[in-house]
Ligand binder design. Structure first.
Ligand code: FES
Length: 162
């Protein structure tokens, strides 16, 4: 089967080898691939499905789409998660989300900015309701966000990336 040249198959083989090409390690394999590419490229899933005994590409796709932790779309260098659980919603997560969308030019339904720098998604309660509304950027928690505060955070990142 033809594999997209953008996919580094030797990198995939290294990951598969680390997990002994075992079907029972599929979740760990997918986690490692996502860590490498920041998402699960379609061709990587096909490759895994053809290389691991007892799996098929369809099964690998099924598992990858079942778990919310996996993304089949490219994520940005900076992954922004806006909590829209009840506490965060009540304390103003939507204006914060809209401020991020406006600042970065991300339309509703769009995951990643065209330059690949940011991806934006809403998530359910992160278990930090006392800090609501919460925004997480690449795993770092930003508590009690406001539209102005998130704008400053994003400006700082944009400046560093210039
Ligand atoms: S609702 Fe946002 S952290 Fe709980």
């Amino acid at each position: 089967m033809a594999i997209n040249t953008k996919i580094n198959t030797s990198k995939l083989d290294e990951i598969l080898c680390r997990y002994e090409y075992k079907k029972s390690n599929l979740i760990a394999i997918l986690q490692a691939v996502q860590e490498e590419y920041r998402y699960l490229p379609e061709d990587a899933l096909i490759y895994i499905g053809t290389k691991v005994e007892g799996l098929s590409p369809a099964t690998v796709f099924g598992v990858a789409t079942f778990y919310a932790q996996f993304s089949l779309e490219p994520k940005g260098k900076f992954e922004i998660k806006v909590c829209d659980g009840t506490a965060c919603h009540v304390r103003g997560s939507m204006p914060v989300l809209n401020a991020i969308r406006n600042k970065l030019g991300i339309k509703e339904g769009q995951l990643t900015t065209d330059n690949g720098l940011f991806s934006l998604e809403t998530v359910s309660c992160l278990g930090a309701c006392g800090l609501a509304p919460v925004v997480v950027i690449n795993g770092k928690v930003h508590p009690q966000m406001t539209s102005d505060a998130i704008s400053i955070v994003l400006d700082t990142i944009l400046k560093e990336e210039e």
